[in-house]
Design a protein around this ligand. Structure first.
Ligand code: CTP
Ligand code: ZN
Length: 156
């Protein structure tokens, strides 16, 4: 098989002309990523594939958003659920830039506080955390100051 055939075989979701391709999303978090980025409320053309084969992830998802170029702080919100996501910026069918996501210093929403007594678990309040460590992940709640660490992390 030549390289062109290999590329076609890989292209399970059509190429886009302009926009952003978010690759290497863990399949289980595809819809979480869609929600975090607010993709359910925009008019841009969006295509996605999920449960695609991926060496390191087992099974990955990919999202292609036409004519959308995310700000870093917008895209970095997905880092907690998709830490290995790769962004490809597409202009006129060509990949013009590749980026990785970085865990931001503050996490608003997305994650639950591990403390059952925390006000955010008992009233309708958006959670807020400071990231005090990244590997393993450790978040300090702005409300109760308790830490939510590694495996304790649950998505809201
Ligand atoms: N892509 C796309 N539309 C284009 C160009 C690329 O949807 N016009 C997608 C490809 O399908 C791929 C991603 O953007 O999922 C990155 O493209 P490319 O760098 O060409 O692929 P690879 O070399 O396989 O990159 P990587 O190994 O980083 O996935
Ligand atoms: Zn708390």
């Amino acid at each position: 098989m030549n390289d062109n055939m290999k590329k076609k075989l890989k292209l399970k979701v059509s190429a886009i002309k302009d926009g952003t391709v978010i690759d290497h999303i863990p399949a289980q978090y595809l819809f979480k990523v869609i929600a975090i980025l607010g993709l359910n409320n925009i008019e841009n053309q969006i295509t996605f594939g999920t449960n695609l084969e991926s060496g390191k992830l087992g099974s990955k998802a990919i999202i292609k958003v036409s004519d959308k170029f995310f700000e870093d702080d917008e895209i970095n919100k997905i880092a907690l659920v998709a830490p290995h996501a790769k962004l490809n910026i597409i202009r006129d069918y060509e990949v013009v830039e590749k980026k990785v996501v970085e865990i931001p210093q503050e996490i608003i929403g997305i994650v639950k506080c591990f403390n059952p007594k925390c006000i955010t678990n008992n009233e309708v309040i958006t959670t807020r955390f400071r990231v005090v460590n990244t590997t393993p992940i450790a978040l300090r709640c702005n409300y109760c100051e308790k830490h939510t660490v590694g495996e304790q992390m649950r998505m809201q």
